[in-house]
Design a protein around this ligand. Structure first.
Ligand SMILES: Nc1ncnc2c1ncn2[C@@H]1O[C@H](COP(=O)(O)OP(=O)(O)OP(=O)(O)O)[C@@H](O)[C@H]1O
Length: 233
Protein backbone atom coordinates (compact mmCIF):
# COMPACT_ATOMS: atom_id res chain seq x y z
CA UNK A 1 0.00 0.00 0.00
CA UNK A 2 2.33 2.67 -1.19
CA UNK A 3 1.63 6.31 -0.69
CA UNK A 4 2.72 7.01 -4.27
CA UNK A 5 -0.37 6.01 -6.16
CA UNK A 6 -0.70 5.99 -9.86
CA UNK A 7 -4.32 6.89 -10.44
CA UNK A 8 -3.93 6.08 -14.12
CA UNK A 9 -6.96 4.00 -14.90
CA UNK A 10 -7.77 3.09 -11.31
CA UNK A 11 -11.29 1.92 -10.63
CA UNK A 12 -11.24 2.69 -6.96
CA UNK A 13 -8.64 4.52 -5.02
CA UNK A 14 -8.27 5.10 -1.30
CA UNK A 15 -5.91 7.89 -0.37
CA UNK A 16 -4.53 8.19 3.14
CA UNK A 17 -7.63 6.78 4.80
CA UNK A 18 -8.05 7.29 8.54
CA UNK A 19 -10.70 5.94 10.89
CA UNK A 20 -11.27 7.23 14.40
CA UNK A 21 -13.39 6.19 17.33
CA UNK A 22 -16.05 8.63 18.48
CA UNK A 23 -13.60 9.51 21.26
CA UNK A 24 -11.11 10.58 18.62
CA UNK A 25 -8.68 7.67 18.83
CA UNK A 26 -7.18 6.57 15.54
CA UNK A 27 -7.95 2.96 14.60
CA UNK A 28 -6.29 3.11 11.17
CA UNK A 29 -4.46 5.97 9.55
CA UNK A 30 -2.71 6.75 6.25
CA UNK A 31 -3.85 3.61 4.47
CA UNK A 32 -3.86 3.89 0.68
CA UNK A 33 -4.70 1.46 -2.07
CA UNK A 34 -5.54 1.71 -5.76
CA UNK A 35 -7.61 -1.00 -7.45
CA UNK A 36 -7.26 -1.36 -11.21
CA UNK A 37 -9.17 -3.51 -13.70
CA UNK A 38 -8.09 -7.13 -13.37
CA UNK A 39 -6.47 -6.70 -9.96
CA UNK A 40 -6.63 -9.70 -7.67
CA UNK A 41 -5.53 -8.33 -4.33
CA UNK A 42 -5.38 -10.31 -1.10
CA UNK A 43 -4.97 -8.48 2.19
CA UNK A 44 -3.47 -10.45 5.04
CA UNK A 45 -2.51 -9.19 8.45
CA UNK A 46 -2.90 -9.78 12.15
CA UNK A 47 -6.23 -9.90 13.93
CA UNK A 48 -7.37 -6.46 14.97
CA UNK A 49 -5.03 -4.64 12.61
CA UNK A 50 -7.91 -2.82 10.92
CA UNK A 51 -8.40 -4.82 7.72
CA UNK A 52 -12.20 -4.85 8.05
CA UNK A 53 -12.31 -1.17 8.97
CA UNK A 54 -10.35 -0.42 5.82
CA UNK A 55 -12.44 -2.64 3.53
CA UNK A 56 -15.68 -1.18 4.88
CA UNK A 57 -14.27 2.27 4.15
CA UNK A 58 -13.51 1.21 0.58
CA UNK A 59 -17.10 -0.01 0.29
CA UNK A 60 -18.36 3.32 1.68
CA UNK A 61 -20.24 1.49 4.39
CA UNK A 62 -18.73 3.60 7.17
CA UNK A 63 -17.63 7.22 7.33
CA UNK A 64 -13.96 8.02 7.13
CA UNK A 65 -12.43 10.72 9.28
CA UNK A 66 -9.42 11.38 7.11
CA UNK A 67 -8.43 10.82 3.51
CA UNK A 68 -10.31 10.48 0.28
CA UNK A 69 -11.95 7.87 -1.94
CA UNK A 70 -11.99 8.15 -5.69
CA UNK A 71 -14.09 6.12 -8.10
CA UNK A 72 -12.88 6.12 -11.70
CA UNK A 73 -10.49 8.89 -10.72
CA UNK A 74 -13.06 11.25 -9.20
CA UNK A 75 -14.39 11.89 -5.71
CA UNK A 76 -17.78 10.27 -5.39
CA UNK A 77 -20.89 12.48 -5.20
CA UNK A 78 -23.84 11.40 -3.03
CA UNK A 79 -26.09 10.97 -6.06
CA UNK A 80 -23.59 8.49 -7.56
CA UNK A 81 -23.80 6.17 -4.56
CA UNK A 82 -26.49 3.81 -5.98
CA UNK A 83 -24.37 3.29 -9.11
CA UNK A 84 -21.29 2.77 -6.92
CA UNK A 85 -23.19 0.15 -4.89
CA UNK A 86 -24.07 -1.73 -8.05
CA UNK A 87 -20.45 -1.70 -9.22
CA UNK A 88 -18.62 -2.26 -5.96
CA UNK A 89 -20.08 -5.09 -3.92
CA UNK A 90 -19.02 -5.97 -0.39
CA UNK A 91 -19.41 -9.50 0.90
CA UNK A 92 -19.11 -10.03 4.61
CA UNK A 93 -18.08 -13.02 6.67
CA UNK A 94 -21.64 -14.10 7.52
CA UNK A 95 -24.21 -14.12 4.73
CA UNK A 96 -27.35 -12.04 5.12
CA UNK A 97 -30.22 -13.67 3.25
CA UNK A 98 -33.87 -12.75 3.06
CA UNK A 99 -36.69 -15.21 3.77
CA UNK A 100 -37.83 -17.09 0.70
CA UNK A 101 -36.09 -19.23 -1.86
CA UNK A 102 -32.57 -19.09 -3.21
CA UNK A 103 -34.02 -17.60 -6.39
CA UNK A 104 -35.81 -14.87 -4.39
CA UNK A 105 -32.47 -13.98 -2.88
CA UNK A 106 -30.69 -13.95 -6.20
CA UNK A 107 -33.33 -11.70 -7.73
CA UNK A 108 -33.29 -9.32 -4.78
CA UNK A 109 -30.41 -7.17 -5.95
CA UNK A 110 -31.84 -6.93 -9.44
CA UNK A 111 -34.99 -5.38 -7.99
CA UNK A 112 -33.14 -2.17 -7.13
CA UNK A 113 -33.78 0.52 -9.70
CA UNK A 114 -30.13 1.09 -10.52
CA UNK A 115 -29.77 -2.57 -11.47
CA UNK A 116 -32.90 -2.94 -13.57
CA UNK A 117 -31.05 -2.50 -16.83
CA UNK A 118 -28.88 -5.49 -15.97
CA UNK A 119 -30.15 -8.64 -17.63
CA UNK A 120 -31.05 -11.49 -15.31
CA UNK A 121 -28.83 -13.96 -17.07
CA UNK A 122 -30.31 -17.26 -15.95
CA UNK A 123 -27.90 -19.25 -18.11
CA UNK A 124 -24.87 -17.67 -16.51
CA UNK A 125 -26.44 -18.26 -13.13
CA UNK A 126 -27.01 -21.94 -13.81
CA UNK A 127 -23.47 -22.29 -15.07
CA UNK A 128 -22.23 -20.81 -11.77
CA UNK A 129 -24.55 -23.17 -9.89
CA UNK A 130 -22.92 -26.05 -11.73
CA UNK A 131 -19.52 -24.84 -10.55
CA UNK A 132 -21.04 -25.07 -7.08
CA UNK A 133 -22.12 -28.58 -7.94
CA UNK A 134 -25.82 -27.90 -7.36
CA UNK A 135 -28.73 -28.71 -9.71
CA UNK A 136 -31.14 -26.09 -11.00
CA UNK A 137 -33.65 -27.22 -8.35
CA UNK A 138 -31.34 -25.65 -5.77
CA UNK A 139 -32.88 -22.32 -6.83
CA UNK A 140 -36.14 -23.38 -5.17
CA UNK A 141 -34.62 -24.30 -1.80
CA UNK A 142 -35.68 -22.13 1.17
CA UNK A 143 -32.90 -19.87 2.41
CA UNK A 144 -33.71 -20.87 6.00
CA UNK A 145 -32.85 -24.49 5.14
CA UNK A 146 -29.39 -23.73 3.72
CA UNK A 147 -26.18 -24.60 5.50
CA UNK A 148 -23.85 -21.74 6.39
CA UNK A 149 -21.63 -22.61 3.44
CA UNK A 150 -24.54 -22.80 1.00
CA UNK A 151 -25.80 -19.47 2.33
CA UNK A 152 -22.43 -17.87 1.74
CA UNK A 153 -22.32 -19.20 -1.82
CA UNK A 154 -25.82 -17.83 -2.46
CA UNK A 155 -24.65 -14.45 -1.14
CA UNK A 156 -21.72 -14.66 -3.56
CA UNK A 157 -23.93 -15.57 -6.52
CA UNK A 158 -26.28 -12.73 -5.59
CA UNK A 159 -23.30 -10.38 -5.79
CA UNK A 160 -22.08 -11.81 -9.07
CA UNK A 161 -25.35 -11.60 -10.98
CA UNK A 162 -25.02 -7.82 -10.62
CA UNK A 163 -21.91 -8.17 -12.74
CA UNK A 164 -19.93 -5.88 -10.43
CA UNK A 165 -16.68 -4.20 -11.34
CA UNK A 166 -15.13 -4.83 -7.94
CA UNK A 167 -15.81 -7.43 -5.27
CA UNK A 168 -14.72 -6.60 -1.73
CA UNK A 169 -14.49 -9.85 0.20
CA UNK A 170 -14.11 -9.81 3.97
CA UNK A 171 -12.94 -13.26 5.01
CA UNK A 172 -15.84 -14.81 3.12
CA UNK A 173 -14.69 -18.40 3.58
CA UNK A 174 -13.62 -18.27 7.21
CA UNK A 175 -16.64 -20.31 8.34
CA UNK A 176 -16.61 -22.77 5.42
CA UNK A 177 -15.22 -26.29 5.20
CA UNK A 178 -12.29 -26.88 2.82
CA UNK A 179 -14.50 -28.33 0.05
CA UNK A 180 -16.94 -25.41 0.07
CA UNK A 181 -14.03 -23.00 0.29
CA UNK A 182 -12.58 -24.48 -2.91
CA UNK A 183 -15.99 -24.19 -4.61
CA UNK A 184 -16.26 -20.57 -3.48
CA UNK A 185 -12.83 -19.85 -4.95
CA UNK A 186 -13.71 -21.68 -8.18
CA UNK A 187 -16.85 -19.59 -8.63
CA UNK A 188 -14.85 -16.38 -8.24
CA UNK A 189 -12.21 -17.53 -10.71
CA UNK A 190 -14.89 -18.56 -13.20
CA UNK A 191 -16.58 -15.18 -12.81
CA UNK A 192 -13.26 -13.44 -13.48
CA UNK A 193 -12.69 -15.43 -16.63
CA UNK A 194 -16.22 -15.10 -18.03
CA UNK A 195 -17.19 -11.54 -17.09
CA UNK A 196 -17.59 -9.14 -19.99
CA UNK A 197 -15.86 -6.49 -17.86
CA UNK A 198 -12.37 -6.75 -16.45
CA UNK A 199 -13.38 -7.11 -12.82
CA UNK A 200 -11.17 -6.92 -9.77
CA UNK A 201 -11.32 -8.10 -6.18
CA UNK A 202 -9.86 -7.19 -2.83
CA UNK A 203 -10.01 -10.21 -0.54
CA UNK A 204 -9.19 -10.24 3.16
CA UNK A 205 -8.02 -13.64 4.31
CA UNK A 206 -6.17 -15.15 7.23
CA UNK A 207 -5.25 -18.13 5.09
CA UNK A 208 -1.93 -17.50 3.34
CA UNK A 209 -2.36 -20.53 1.10
CA UNK A 210 -5.71 -19.12 -0.04
CA UNK A 211 -4.05 -15.78 -0.75
CA UNK A 212 -1.46 -17.63 -2.87
CA UNK A 213 -4.18 -19.54 -4.73
CA UNK A 214 -6.48 -16.67 -5.61
CA UNK A 215 -4.46 -13.46 -5.67
CA UNK A 216 -1.84 -11.91 -7.91
CA UNK A 217 -0.87 -9.28 -5.35
CA UNK A 218 -0.67 -10.03 -1.64
CA UNK A 219 -0.57 -7.07 0.72
CA UNK A 220 0.23 -7.39 4.36
CA UNK A 221 -1.81 -4.94 6.29
CA UNK A 222 0.89 -2.76 7.78
CA UNK A 223 1.04 -2.72 11.54
CA UNK A 224 2.46 0.78 11.20
CA UNK A 225 -0.91 2.12 10.11
CA UNK A 226 -2.35 1.38 13.53
CA UNK A 227 -1.37 3.98 16.08
CA UNK A 228 -1.35 3.10 19.74
CA UNK A 229 -4.58 4.06 21.45
CA UNK A 230 -4.03 7.18 23.57
CA UNK A 231 -5.47 7.27 27.03
CA UNK A 232 -7.94 10.12 27.38
CA UNK A 233 -7.15 12.68 30.09
N1 LIG B 1 -16.43 1.33 16.06
C1 LIG B 1 -15.31 0.99 16.71
N2 LIG B 1 -14.95 1.62 17.84
C2 LIG B 1 -13.82 1.28 18.49
N3 LIG B 1 -12.98 0.32 18.06
C3 LIG B 1 -13.29 -0.33 16.95
C4 LIG B 1 -14.46 -0.04 16.20
N4 LIG B 1 -14.49 -0.86 15.12
C5 LIG B 1 -13.39 -1.63 15.19
N5 LIG B 1 -12.66 -1.31 16.28
C6 LIG B 1 -11.38 -1.89 16.67
O1 LIG B 1 -10.46 -1.61 15.62
C7 LIG B 1 -9.54 -2.69 15.50
C8 LIG B 1 -9.52 -3.18 14.07
O2 LIG B 1 -10.71 -3.90 13.78
P1 LIG B 1 -10.92 -4.73 12.43
O3 LIG B 1 -12.21 -5.47 12.59
O4 LIG B 1 -10.81 -3.83 11.28
O5 LIG B 1 -9.68 -5.71 12.48
P2 LIG B 1 -9.29 -6.87 11.46
O6 LIG B 1 -7.88 -6.63 11.03
O7 LIG B 1 -10.30 -6.99 10.39
O8 LIG B 1 -9.35 -8.12 12.43
P3 LIG B 1 -9.75 -9.66 12.13
O9 LIG B 1 -8.63 -10.20 11.29
O10 LIG B 1 -9.80 -10.27 13.49
O11 LIG B 1 -11.09 -9.66 11.44
C9 LIG B 1 -9.98 -3.75 16.49
O12 LIG B 1 -9.18 -3.65 17.64
C10 LIG B 1 -11.42 -3.39 16.80
O13 LIG B 1 -11.78 -3.78 18.09
Amino acid sequence: MSEELSDQGSLLEARQIGRQTTAGQWLIRNVSLAVHPGDRIAIVGPTGSGKTLFLRSLAILDDIQEGELRFHGNPLKDKELPEFRSQVVYLQQRPVLIEGTVEDNLKLALGFQVNQHKPHDIKALISLLNTFDRPESFLQRQSSALSGGEGQIVALLRALILSPQILLLDEPTSGLDPGTTKQFEAIILKWLSTSDKIPAFVWITHDHSQAERVARQIMTFPAGTILPVQKSH
